[in-house]
Design a binder for this molecule. Sequence first.
Ligand SMILES: [Zn+2]
Ligand SMILES: [Zn+2]
Length: 309
Amino acid sequence: MWIKVLGSGAGGGFPQWNCNCANCQAVRSHAPGFYPRTQSSLAVSTDRLNWLLLNASPDLREQIAKTPQLAPSHADCVRASPIKAVALTNGDVDHVAGLLSMREAQPFSVYAARRVIDALGANPIFSILQPQLVPLVELQLDKRQEVSGAQIDLGLELLPFSVPGKIALYLENKHAPNFGTQAGDTLGFKITNTKSGKFFYYIPGCAQFNQSLSDRLHEAPLVFFDGTLFHENEMIDQGLIGKTGSRMGHMNIDGPDGSLKAFEKLNVVRKIYIHLNNSNPALNDFSREHAIVTAAGWEVAKDGLEIEL
Ligand SMILES: [Zn+2]
Ligand SMILES: [Zn+2]
């Protein structure tokens, strides 16, 4: 199975269009140790011909342009795409807006939880994806789902599970004073190659670690995990927005409740931070925070990273 990191940044990307924080300034001026990152998405394939996307970011068009495997080949007919399916971890803008770049009457399947499907259905702009060409398939928590699209079996199985999270920002007001957190609003995925049995986890958003996550991820061969913020208060401290990490549905890397600590005893073989916010000091390869993360056995994802599993 091949896994390609199309984008490793959080919502807004790196640099973010309107952000003038120290990191964004540094990456704009090509300072050493800083690499631009598009908004997070993975592409997965068992044959390098047909691909599943995990989330469709607003940068999808640019990501496809940079990834020759995702372009139509010379042998294809006049309209074609190797992307046969998209699975969504939640309804956030940075995870669904790329679907709009996939219009133009191309068949593929979308897999998502019920409330995300309803949110897409309630927004008329997404009706550009015609239902007869782009079926929305409801994912059931903890039920295995074979992945196919455009009548092609991708040889992949998706196991969606609930992780502590937060409902999409644009739905907050409509749906509840507790920011609408319900089981299924934020999913993690276990993705398995049905032939080889090899698998990995994709969890780009997680508000809190719990026992069920520890049990699940124990000794996993590969985990991509929420690396949005290093410090709980880093966005407040940098004067960016007045929200903590947990208020945004992302646990921090550092601290007693952070992901470094949570993974300490899990014996995960390869662990990679993804969905990094532009405020995260670990984005600087020469920072103290980057050194802390790598010393703990983590990698910090960069766009274009490719893994064979
Ligand atoms: Zn996001
Ligand atoms: Zn910034």
